[in-house]
Design a protein around this ligand. Structure first.
Ligand code: BGC
Length: 349
């Protein structure tokens, strides 16, 4: 079932909508056309008690003034581009240097998280469309993007991405939901256990720009190949963790991208019993433990933002890959169709 409400208006009067997808198993997902953001994921715990497991805001104004990309669709390029420039087939492109006036983060000054997406409701899905003209934020090519959110009866939330362009470009789409399986207002996520099918991560410099080195997780605080509490090593004496102020790193999934989505990660909250499995066909997951989640914009119901109170697991390809020939390919050419699927599957234990 899909229900539509008006969430607010843009300055030019365009209506911003919110859609609620509900299934028969007690799960509800609310999405706004502003930034295509996931606003709410309500899912039962092991006793059947529902809670909202992602952070978000009560009003459109809060979404518009906050910086944290809460629940939003990210594009054209998720994560970072060093120096906010790259060359593609001999042409140099300068893109929005929205981080420290130097690097690009999450699409630039006005990324897909600020777009008003066009919605098309299905039986149990919501399809969002946007168009990014050639030169937007400096990126080449007229780019058409479609993202479909589907809620299944077995509590899976599927995200299907599709993009086409008329000139060679680069693309790295993701969703930036912040999860806390105890409920977004239930405190830090240190007790959540995480499993990640990743045998290396990307080393970065202090500005979180990849150095080009893939570091094996073996023997480091970055080893989640057997489930581990997120808080166990987050404060370890480790330079990479200090740069991030916690985990803020791109994990390379073992064997790289896959044709079909496969199980790559699992987040588990021992208190509520909620489990979230992540299936994806992407080669990487950025693990971000809400290290700078301290904006003065309160979450739903007035709950204050607090460091480490939620965790992002952003499926993607390698950041800054245009500067590292041995990284994954982030280019998209005319005639190609970019498609990708990520599934967040909820259950209890
Ligand atoms: C980045 C963080 C950044 C955050 C912004 C994450 O994906 O890796 O460094 O602070 O997004 O909300």
């Amino acid at each position: 079932m899909v229900q539509k409400t008006v969430f607010g208006r843009m300055d030019d009067g365009r209506e911003v909508e919110a859609y609620t997808l509900a299934n028969g198993a007690g799960m509800q997902v609310r999405i706004t056309t502003y930034g295509g953001a996931l606003m709410q994921i309500i899912v039962p715990d092991r006793e059947g008690k529902p809670a909202d497991v992602i952070c978000g805001y009560d009003s459109l104004e809060d979404y518009r003034r906050a910086d944290g990309y809460q629940g939003a669709l990210i594009g054209r390029w998720g994560n970072r581009i060093a120096g906010a420039r790259f060359s593609l087939d001999g042409t140099e492109y300068c893109v929005g240097a929205n981080e420290n006036g130097k690097n690009l983060l999450h699409g630039g000054f006005h990324g897909f998280n600020e777009k008003l997406w066009k919605a098309e409701a299905g039986e149990n899905s919501l399809t969002l469309h946007t168009f990014s003209p050639h030169g937007e934020e400096g990126f080449p090519g007229n780019l058409a993007v479609t993202v479909t959110y589907t809620l299944t009866e077995d509590n899976r939330l599927m995200l299907d991405y599709r993009a086409e362009v008329d000139r060679k470009t680069v693309i790295n789409l993701t969703n930036h939901a912040y999860f806390n399986l105890g409920g977004y207002a239930s405190g830090p996520i240190f007790d959540h256990t995480l499993w990640l099918d990743a045998d290396s991560y990307l080393e970065t410099d202090a500005a979180l720009i990849p150095t080009g080195r893939l570091v094996p997780v073996e023997g480091t605080p970055f080893d989640f190949r057997t489930p581990k509490a997120i808080g166990r090593d987050i404060g370890a004496d480790n330079r990479d963790l200090q740069y991030g102020g916690g985990y803020d790193h791109c994990f390379n999934l073992t064997g790289g991208a896959s044709d079909e989505p496969i199980l790559r990660g699992e987040l588990y909250d021992p208190h509520s019993g909620r489990v979230m499995q992540i299936f994806t066909d992407r080669p990487c997951i950025q693990l971000y433990t809400g290290n700078v989640m301290t904006e003065p914009v309160p979450f739903k119901g007035g709950y204050p933002q607090q460091k480490h109170h939620a965790v992002c697991l952003e499926t993607q390809s390698m950041p800054d890959s245009m500067h590292h020939p041995h990284f994954t390919d982030g280019t998209l050419a005319p005639g190609e169709v970019f498609t990708s699927r990520t599934v967040y599957a909820f259950s209890v234990r």
